[in-house]
Structures are given as structure tokens and as C-alpha cells.
Design a protein around this ligand. Structure first.
Ligand SMILES: Nc1nc2c(ncn2[C@@H]2O[C@H](COP(=O)(O)OP(=O)(O)OP(=O)(O)O)[C@@H](O)[C@H]2O)c(=O)[nH]1
Length: 879
């Protein structure tokens, strides 16, 4: 292989204007050859293989990383989508001064999460190798400011996601960002998942391409720029149809005929088929001479058609491009760029199997808009572009033309401009094949292209992969850094929340039993106090009643004695008054219970304050003591009945079946209310009846006394009174009278005495009636209420055996207990649900903290690994 192919001359040479510093690339003014002398092809090949293997390793690691991120995104952590806000003028001036970039990092899925970050360059001169840290402290900034050089961050516009950027830009930028903001976390994670997926596929294709030994050179450019002429010049044959009219409408891939058993031929790839030389069904064969006809008959609206051309290059392998003896090279003549074909060609150029893009531009026209657009995009991925400025012979002021063209290249593809000596050529393709013509600039171009494709394969073949990987790893690093920031903030937040919530939960857990016990005690105390007080009040009341006094001091006046003639009415009034006073006593006991209950409710609310954590809603219901002991209505109860009962309740406790003064059976006056014969009989003749029995037990004297005789008289009067004695009482009385008269001596003195005493007693009785009637009635009421009740209306809360005092006190205490139970149940429920909430919150926060920590660990691992792989890729790229 001729040395001249590997040491191309500086095509700009001394003719380059010294003052044109804007356009003069560093290497454009240098005469230093890039390939060191003495390094033979084998050596270069060896180094290529080494770099290739390095890159394949890097690709494999990147794939593992990407797959890991995708899995992590799916199973463990919704990877956030970060965006860097464009810096304000103030920010960028500050950034340059201090040698770092200060930016605002936002997240599409969570617009509220904005954080300040510091971008620093981890590799001098490589803006894409920026790393990002949270700008959490000023020291951080100061430190960074000292270590980073200004030039390290000069290309600050290129930070943020590139390849994994979500394609959400629809319409105006502001609309796009608002659109992104509307997408929720999971949708963004899904979109990111898709991007990772396509990146993985692309990386795999790059890998396949690197492993493949063949290379493809795509020749494209503006319409009529001379692409076909250029391809023919390279082949030193008129293979491609050339016309002043735009004629190339298909992608024509020129291969060495050796690949097709040395047969020169055109293979027309069938639409929708993937070409395979070994598979006849994917193409149709045609002689090379038919090429013009095939191209002419192609549908110009479908520029995506592909022709495979097998051509014999008669030149020596050391001179030929396609027949070079080292690599299989395909030269692709693409349709000229116009609105219709721009997209197709751009897509074609993006293909990972395209190693080199040769862009042909007419020196007369410079770069059209389509050309600029194409170059701008292509340089993003390929980094290096081979630019052929054709028809240079036609240009009068050649230096001016060069300067202007280079200036434009600098804007579109800075790295191509850096290597302009090798990559930008000003030629005349049309004269190359003229016999005897000397075309040094074209030979120079050929040598550079051969060198670029064959020798500098690291650049031509590995470079698309290194460029792509570099972008991808930078994206991974950016994604991992941004997510690390989010994770660390989430972990901090969760930790701070836990610091607040955990003690609250622990306090609740330890205080739970105590609360339970305290509530038990409050309930028990309330109920006991109510019972005790009710018993006390009612017992006193009954005692007073038994003495003929009203059960309570206030509100009750005893009826005046109306005289003997209205005795019966009097007895009735007395009975009513005493019963009413007893009702009042019950009310009094109820009031006592209300007080005890209020006290209990207050205690419960103190317990609520002490045990319920701040922020938990308190019981806002106010205890209304008046509502105690009032009837409860069932749903659907007749409203009339409701009104009736409430009217009655207003006047007493009758609504509950307890108003004694309203109960007809208790109001009924009997003869014994006037004279309680039964009482006296039982006292003096051993009648066993309640308390009377006790009196009898204390008086063992069975001798008939004056009083007993008087009693007998009274008994007679009672009979006259027209009211009947109880059969039992009469019977026992008669037996005792007959006993009395059975004695002879007694009979002698007894008659006058009896007469006298009876008369006196009658007088006494009549005079004493106003006093004895209330007592009689009271005693009888007490006796009947002290009995175990047999009357259905005395049934208290279903307890037939309850007597008045125990029944009422049980009822009253039950009401107290009921109220306290409701209040404590409410507190228990609040406490329980608050504790459950706190426990849930703690569990959730712990989970968030755990996940965030895991994410932090994971992403820092990713960053570490990405940086290692980047180092390898960088190493390959700089060779
Ligand atoms: N003077 C001069 N004319 C050229 C040069 N290269 C090409 N031409 C002429 O320009 C015209 C178009 O050349 P083509 O090679 O067909 O251009 P193309 O870019 O392939 O055209 P399309 O593929 O149809 O876009 C032809 O008439 C060529 O002879 C050159 O370097 N100098």
C-alpha cells in the first residue's frame, strides 16, 4: 500500500488565509501527518482489533446497565425524567466565572420537585462528560469552582438527556413542557422504558456492525451537486448515470464484483424485502448496462428503493476503494437532498452500518437549508463527516469560497472542522476521468478517504459506536445523578417524617393499655357513683315517705286536711303528693347521675387530650346531660306518639314507665290508707310482713295490751267504714279476739274498759287522722315499693325482681354507664384508627426510605459503572 494514501497532504496548504482564524481549524493549518510513519497496516489492524474488543466490552456493559435500569424502573423505583432548565444570563455568566454550571433540575412527572445542581466536567474538553451534583451547599460550589477550568464547560448547551430524551415536543416549547407536566410518573416511566428499549436495540446493531468486517460509505448531498460524478470518479468508471437534471432517485450501493462471483450486475431489491445476496427471492438481477433505464423508470416519489451494483474496479488494491484487499466496502450513491428525500436519506445515514457519510456540496451553491439540516443531525451521531466541495474549478475566488465553506462547517460539525485537513476537500469530480488530467486534490481526497475508511477504522467504523455510547452513557449518568438526587431527597424527607411519626406511634403503643385501663376505671367509677348516689337518695326518700313526709324538700306541698267528710279525697291527694315527691327524688337521683356522668365524660376528654396525638380530630360532640334518661325514638315512629311522649317527658319520667304519680294502680286509695289495720295487726299479732316483722321481733310481749284492744276497735270501725279488710287480716284478727274472750277473769273487767277505751280511741283516731293518713300511705307506699315488684309496670328494664331502690339505681347507673361507654368507645375508636394511621404512615415512610436508600445505592453503582465504561469508550475514541 502506497504511503501517500496514509499521509495526505494538507489540501489547504499555504493558500489558507492567515487571518481567517474563525475558519481555520487547528489541523487545517498543520502539516503534521496523523498516521505515524512506520506503523504498518498490520500494526494498525492489531490496534483496531484491540479497540474493537474494548468497545464491544463497553457495549456489553452498557447493555447490562440499560437492562438493569429498565428492570429497576419496572420493579423497584419509578425512574424520574429529569430536565435541565436553560440557564438565565446571570446563571451562565456566574457559571463561566467559577468554572461550573449551576442549573435548575426539574422533573416532568413532579413539577414541584425542582432542585439546584452543579454541573462539572469530569473530562476536560468533553462537555458530554459532565457530571452533576446537588448544589446543596455553598462550600460545594466553592470547591468545584477551584478545580474546574473554564474551557471544560464551554460547551454547556449540550447537557441533559440526548438519546433517552422523551420525544414529547409537540408544537411550541411551552406547550411541550406543559404537556410533559401533565403526564404522570408511570407514563413517563413507560416512555423511558421504550426509549431504553430502542437504545438497547440500537446498541445491539452497533455491536453487530463493529463485529462485521465490512464498511459502508454513504455519498449524499444536494440535488445535482455531482454525487454520481464523484462516485464514478472514485471508481474511475462511468457507472452511475450522470445528468444535468436530477436523476438519482434510488440508493445505489456499489460493491466489488468479487463479492458476486466477479459478475458485474445490478440487483434490484424487491420492495419490502431485506436484501440477501444468497437469497434470489429478495432481488431481481439486471445487467449493469440497464442501470440508466432502471434509474429512469424508478418512481421519483419513492426514493427509498435500493439497488445493489456489483462493479469491477480494475485498479490495484492499493489504489482502489472498493477493491482494497482489506475491508469489504460498499459505496452508496444516495438521491439528492430535497424536501421529499431529506427524511429518507437522514434515516439511511443514521443506520448504524453507515461508517462514513461523504457529503457532496456544490462549490457554487454552498450549503442549502436541507443540507444544513442534514449535516446538523448527521454530525450529532457520526461526529466526523467527509465533505466534498465539488465543482471547485468553476470558482473564481477560491480562497474566499474555502473560507466561507469552512466557516459554515465549523457551525454545523465542529469536529469535522477540527479535522478539516482530512475531512474537507475542494475538488472537481468531472475532470478526474479526463485522459491525462492531473487531479492532485482529488487524489488527496481519495487517499484521505481510503485512510479514513481502511486505516482509521477506529474513527470510521468504531466512531459511530463511541459517539453513540458516549451520549448514551452520559444520559445514563445524568439519569442516575438526577435520580440519586431525588432518592436522597426522598430518603431525607422520609427520615424526617419518621423522626416525627415514630415517637408518636411508640407513645401510642405504650400508652394504649393505660388508656384502656383508665377508660375502664372511668366507666366503673361513673356507674358506681351513680348507683351509690341513687341508692342513697332513694333510700332517704323512702324513709321520709314512710314518715309521711314528702321524699324531697322542694317542690312538693302536702295537701291540707279538708275534714272528716273529705277523708277519701284527702287520702288520694296525699298519695298523689307522696308519689310525686318520690318521682322528684328519682329525678334528683338522675341529676346526681348526670353530674357523675358529666364528670366521667370530662375525664374521658382529658384522656383524649392526653392520649390522642396532635392532628387527630377530637370528638366534637358535646355531651348534653339533659338528654340522659329521655326516651329514645325508633326510626319511623309515629310523630304523634313522639310528641306525646316528649310532652310527658317534660313533665316527669313517666315516658319511661317510671312516673309513680301518674300510675293509676299506685294512686288507688284503699281503706288501709286511712287506717293501716294490716300494719297494726302485724305489729301486735305477729303478722309476718316486711318491716313489720322486724318490729314484732323486737317486741316479744304476747300479752294483750291496751293498744291491741284499741286496734280491735279500730278494726270494727274499719268495717263500718264500708271498706273491706283483706281476708287474711280479718281471719287473723278474729282468732285473736276469740282467744281474748275465752278467759273468764278477763271477761269481767274487760267490757267496760273496752267500751271506754274504744270511745277514747275513736276520738283520738279522728283527731289524729291528718297525721296518720300520710304516714299510713307513706308506709304503705314504701312497703309496696320495697317489695319485689309483681306489677308489670314496675318492671325495670326487664328485671322483674328489682325493687324500687335497686331497680331505679340500676337503671340510673346503666344510663351513666351507657353514656360513658359511648364516650370511651368513641375515644377507643379514634385512638385505634389514629394508631393504625400512624403505624401505616410509619410503614409507608420506612418503605419509602428503604426504597430510596436502595435507589441511591443502585444509582451510585450505575454512575460508577457508567463512568468506568465511559473511560473505556473515551480511550477508544481518543486513539
Ligand atoms: N463543472 C463541473 N461539473 C460537474 C462536476 N461534477 C458534476 N458536474 C456536473 O453536474 C451535473 C450533475 O451531476 P450529477 O453527478 O448527476 O449530480 P448528482 O448530484 O448525482 O445529481 P442527482 O443525483 O440527480 O441529484 C452533471 O452535468 C455533471 O457533469 C464538477 O466537478 N465540475
Amino acid at each position: 500500500m502506497s504511503q501517500s494514501y496514509f499521509h495526505p497532504r494538507n489540501i489547504l496548504g499555504t493558500a489558507m488565509t492567515p487571518g481567517a482564524e474563525i475558519v481555520q481549524s487547528p489541523s487545517a493549518v498543520s502539516n503534521e501527518p496523523e498516521t505515524a510513519p512506520g506503523r504498518d497496516v498490520e500494526e494498525i489492524q492489531e490496534s483496531y482489533v484491540q479497540h474493537k474488543n474494548q468497545l464491544i466490552g463497553a457495549i456489553d456493559s452498557t447493555q447490562v446497565l440499560l437492562k438493569g435500569i429498565r428492570e429497576f424502573n419496572n420493579d423497584q423505583w419509578v425512574v424520574r425524567y429529569p430536565q435541565l432548565a436553560q440557564p438565565t444570563e446571570e446563571e451562565s455568566s456566574k457559571s463561566t466565572r467559577r468554572g461550573h454550571l449551576r442549573r435548575s433540575l426539574t422533573f416532568a412527572d413532579d413539577p414541584s420537585l425542582t432542585t439546584e445542581v452543579i454541573m462539572t466536567s469530569s473530562k476536560p474538553g468533553m462537555a458530554r462528560a459532565m457530571t452533576m451534583e446537588p448544589a446543596s451547599s455553598l462550600e460545594n460550589i466553592a470547591e468545584v469552582g477551584e478545580t474546574v477550568k473554564e474551557e471544560d464547560v464551554e460547551d454547556s448547551g449540550e447537557v441533559g438527556l440526548q438519546l433517552l430524551r422523551l420525544d414529547l415536543k409537540l408544537g411550541h416549547a411551552s406547550t411541550a413542557s406543559s404537556l410533559v407536566a401533565q403526564i404522570d410518573k408511570s407514563s413517563i416511566a413507560n416512555l423511558l422504558d421504550d426509549r431504553i428499549d430502542s437504545a438497547l436495540k440500537h446498541v445491539q446493531k452497533l455491536r453487530n456492525r463493529i463485529e462485521d468486517t465490512s464498511s459502508k460509505v454513504l455519498v449524499t448531498g444536494d440535488l445535482n451537486a455531482g454525487k454520481s460524478t464523484f462516485v464514478n470518479a472514485l471508481l474511475r468508471r462511468e457507472v452511475m448515470p450522470v445528468d444535468q437534471q436530477p436523476c438519482t432517485t434510488m440508493f445505489c450501493e456499489v460493491h466489488d464484483a468479487i463479492d458476486n462471483n466477479r459478475v458485474e450486475e445490478v440487483h434490484v431489491v424487491k420492495e419490502g424485502f431485506t436484501y440477501a445476496l444468497s437469497d434470489e427471492s429478495t432481488f431481481t438481477r439486471a445487467p449493469l448496462s440497464d442501470l440508466q433505464t432502471i434509474v429512469d423508470s424508478a418512481d421519483p416519489s419513492k426514493p427509498q428503493g435500493v439497488l445493489k451494483l456489483y462493479v469491477t474496479d480494475m485498479r490495484a488494491p492499493s489504489e482502489s476503494l472498493i477493491h482494497n484487499g482489506i475491508v469489504d466496502i460498499a459505496l452508496i450513491d444516495a438521491p439528492g437532498l430535497n424536501r421529499d428525500s431529506l427524511k429518507t436519506t437522514a434515516l439511511f445515514a443514521r443506520q448504524e452500518e453507515i461508517d462514513v457519510v461523504v457529503f457532496v456540496v456544490s462549490a457554487e451553491n454552498h450549503f442549502t437549508l436541507s443540507a444544513k439540516e442534514f449535516l446538523w443531525n448527521a454530525s450529532n451521531e457520526k461526529a466526523y463527516l467527509f465533505i466534498v466541495v465539488n465543482r471547485f474549478d468553476q470558482i473564481r475566488d477560491k480562497e474566499k469560497c474555502k473560507r466561507l465553506v469552512l466557516e459554515q462547517i465549523k457551525q454545523m460539525s465542529p469536529r469535522t472542522w477540527d479535522d478539516a485537513k482530512d475531512l474537507v476537500h475542494f475538488v472537481d469530480s468531472s475532470v478526474v476521468q479526463n485522459p491525462g488530467s492531473s487531479t492532485p486534490s482529488f487524489e488527496n481526497l481519495e487517499a484521505a478517504l481510503r485512510s479514513f475508511v481502511l486505516v482509521k477504522r477506529s474513527k470510521s467504523k468504531l466512531n459511530p459506536a463511541t459517539t453513540y455510547l458516549n451520549h448514551l452513557l452520559s444520559d445514563i449518568d445524568f439519569l442516575a445523578s438526577a435520580n440519586s438526587i431525588v432518592a436522597s431527597q426522598e430518603a431525607d424527607r422520609a427520615r424526617a417524617d419518621l423522626e416525627q411519626t415514630r415517637p408518636v406511634l411508640e407513645k401510642m403503643q405504650s400508652g394504649r393499655e393505660q388508656l384502656e385501663d383508665s377508660l375502664e376505671v372511668v366507666e366503673e367509677e361513673g356507674a358506681t357513683t351513680s348507683t351509690d348516689r341513687a341508692k342513697e337518695v332513694l333510700n332517704v326518700a323512702l324513709e321520709r315517705i314512710a314518715r309521711g313526709e314528702p321524699a324531697v324538700d322542694q317542690g312538693i306541698t302536702m295537701p291540707p286536711y279538708p275534714g272528716l267528710l273529705n277523708l277519701w279525697d284527702y287520702a288520694q291527694d296525699v298519695r298523689r303528693a307522696l308519689l310525686a315527691s318520690l318521682d322528684s327524688a328519682v329525678k334528683l337521683a338522675e341529676n346526681e347521675a348526670r353530674v357523675a356522668t358529666s364528670y366521667g365524660v370530662k375525664k374521658i376528654s382529658h384522656l383524649e387530650e392526653a392520649h390522642l396525638p396532635i392532628g387527630v380530630e377530637r370528638n366534637r360532640r358535646i355531651f348534653v346531660p339533659e338528654a340522659m334518661f329521655s326516651p329514645r325514638f325508633k326510626k319511623g315512629q309515629d310523630p304523634k306518639a313522639r310528641r306525646r311522649s316528649s310532652a310527658i317527658v317534660a313533665g316527669g319520667t313517666h315516658g319511661l314507665g317510671l312516673g309513680l304519680a301518674q300510675r293509676s294502680e299506685l294512686l288507688e286509695v284503699t281503706f288501709f290508707d286511712l287506717f293501716d289495720a294490716q300494719h297494726y295487726f302485724s305489729v301486735h299479732f305477729g303478722h309476718t310482713d316486711g318491716q313489720s316483722k322486724k318490729v314484732e321481733e323486737n317486741n316479744d310481749d304476747s300479752t294483750p295490751s291496751a293498744l291491741s284492744v284499741m286496734s280491735l276497735g279500730m278494726g270494727a270501725i274499719s268495717v263500718v267504714g264500708g271498706k273491706t279488710l283483706g281476708a287474711r287480716g280479718i281471719f287473723s284478727g278474729l282468732i285473736r279476739i276469740s282467744d281474748f274472750f275465752g278467759n273468764e277473769s278477763t271477761r269481767r273487767w274487760a267490757v267496760p274498759v273496752i267500751g271506754f277505751v274504744t270511745l277514747g280511741a275513736a276520738v283520738y283516731f279522728v283527731l289524729e287522722l291528718p297525721n296518720t293518713i300520710p304516714k299510713n300511705i307513706g308506709r304503705r307506699i314504701k312497703a309496696s315499693l320495697s317489695e319485689q315488684s309483681h306489677l308489670p309496670s314496675m318492671t325495670i328494664d326487664g328485671n322483674d325482681n328489682a325493687n324500687f331502690v335497686s331497680g331505679q339505681s340500676a337503671r340510673i347507673s346503666r344510663e351513666t354507664r351507657k353514656v360513658l361507654r359511648i364516650a370511651s368507645w368513641d375515644l377507643r375508636e379514634r385512638f385505634r384508627s389514629a394508631m393504625e394511621d400512624r403505624a401505616k404512615e410509619v410503614r409507608e415512610k420506612e418503605e419509602i426510605e428503604r426504597r430510596a436508600k436502595r435507589a441511591l445505592e443502585y444509582f451510585s453503582g450505575v454512575r460508577e459503572k457508567a463512568s468506568e465504561v465511559r473511560f473505556v469508550v473515551g480511550d477508544v475514541a481518543t486513539q
